[in-house]
Design a protein around this ligand. Structure first.
Ligand code: G
Ligand code: G
Ligand code: MN
Ligand code: NA
Length: 256
């Protein structure tokens, strides 16, 4: 198909880049890390979002090399930022993994290479997986997560609550961070108490000793309520959109 056709060679032609969305602490709104988000500017098709091209790259058998590039680029960037910005010595970098990536044979090797080449400490890399990806092949996924954990990287459960959320999964798939999906945050209305599902998810995460991160914060009242509710950290347009590299660096300079 046309998308797959255009994807072939896109990496070599330099058509991919990463943008970086800040992660902030809710208590004092400091940037503690970034989530790397892949962008593709196709000369023929224009900008295409990862929602469309990641599945196409999987179908075309290209997700392995694209994913490896994302990991190398994100790790190198994080390592450079930690060195250049005195206040960013503990900065984390999160990278999204699709279902096919999670269970691919080369993943552990790709991550080891990205860490070794960049010098980024494993604990600074966060790998985001979705429940949907985990339940596709649960045994294989659990084995992959265990292997990743053994490398010392951190694991985040992305879009939490939108997949086949079950408490059994939280036991079967050990993670470090719970990311509350933005569809739940968007139900937080001004002047209203915390929706029970958000409250319950924060409490569940805390009880399990996980870091709880809320996604898609667009309004000040949401940030305040989540902070009061002891949610640890957040991402969202209220704080920053996904930023081009130079703009992300400016954010780090500002808070140095
Ligand atoms: O940034 P944006 O809203 O366009 O992201 C849309 C979706 O694409 C999200 O679900 C996000 O997790 C996914 N995504 C973004 N970057 C990457 C990437 O580098 N690899 C994979 N597998 N998914 C990504
Ligand atoms: O599935 P995942 O959580 O990885 O998706 C991340 C996507 O969410 C990115 O494409 C990013 O552009 C988008 N995003 C980040 N913050 C906000 C926000 O505050 N509101 C909305 N609508 N989308 C957001
Ligand atoms: Mn994500
Ligand atoms: Na998400």
């Amino acid at each position: 198909r046309e998308l797959e056709q255009e994807l072939r060679g896109a990496l070599e032609r330099g058509e991919f880049r990463l943008v970086y969305q800040p992660v902030v602490t809710l208590a004092d709104r400091r940037v503690t890390g970034f989530e790397a988000l892949l962008r593709w500017a196709s000369p023929r098709l224009g900008p295409v979002g990862p929602d469309r091209f990641v599945p196409a790259a999987e179908a075309a058998g290209l997700i392995g090399e694209i994913g490896a590039w994302v990991l190398r680029e994100a790790c190198a960037t994080a390592a450079a930022w930690r060195q250049a910005h005195p206040g960013a010595g503990d900065l984390t970098m999160a990278v999204n993994l699709s279902a096919a990536q999670l269970t691919s044979a080369g993943l552990v090797e790709q991550i080891s290479v990205a860490l070794a080449e960049s010098g980024l400490p494993a604990g600074a890399l966060v790998l985001e997986v979705t429940e949907t990806a985990l339940v596709r092949d649960p045994e294989h996924a659990a084995a992959s997560l265990a292997a990743l954990r053994a490398l010392g990287v951190r694991l985040a459960l992305d879009d939490f609550g939108t997949g086949y959320s079950s408490l059994a999964h939280l036991r079967q798939f050990t993670v470090d961070v719970l990311k509350i999906d933005r569809s739940f945050v968007s139900t937080m209305a001004e002047g209203e108490p915390m929706p029970a599902i958000v409250r319950g998810t924060i409490d569940l995460g805390r009880t399990l000793g996980l870091e709880v991160l809320a996604e898609g914060i667009e309004h000040e009242h949401q940030a305040r309520l989540l902070a009061e509710g002891r949610c640890d950290s957040a991402q969202g347009y209220l704080f920053a959109r996904p930023l081009e590299r130079a703009d992300a660096e400016a954010v780090l300079l500002e808070q140095a």
